[in-house]
Design a protein. Sequence first.
Length: 184
Amino acid sequence: MAAAVLVAVSFAGCSGLEGTGDKGYVTSDGRVTELDAGDRGSAVSITGEDLDGNDLDLADFRGKVVVMNVWGNWCGECHAEAADVVGAAEETIGDDVAFVGINVRDSSAATARSYERQYDVPFPSFYDPSGEKLLAFDGSLPISATPSTMVLDREGRVAASVIGVLPTKQTLVSMIEKVVAEDG
């Protein structure tokens, strides 16, 4: 019940970030935050289904640097950054790096899949119409800030984030490269 109330309040736009205007969600300025290893919180744990109804578990990616992108087909800023997210994924996905999306607030998985087809998204996404999966980020991510991108270290802890639209593809690639370069 408390989680449902928190989700409802957050989607109502109660945040210190920029206002919702007429968008119905909170945006930010794409500010990059990077955390030293000693300042990172606990590992993020998310399980659920992808857009095709298959099981998806973030723990399956432990040992890799994981980029989590929060998006929705309804979100104009998500469309604006899609080429940069996909470009960064294509440049970095491999033995050390995985990408996983979290689709929020789309009314159907079919609507979300159309976004993935439009941008040729090369990674799976959790289907999370309620936005509840964002609660796993425990204060690192305002659950109403879409788009957002987090880079998780090999232990699954938030190492870096961009709340709002990515400034550039290279910004994300550089964030990933820093975390990959850590001992692992």
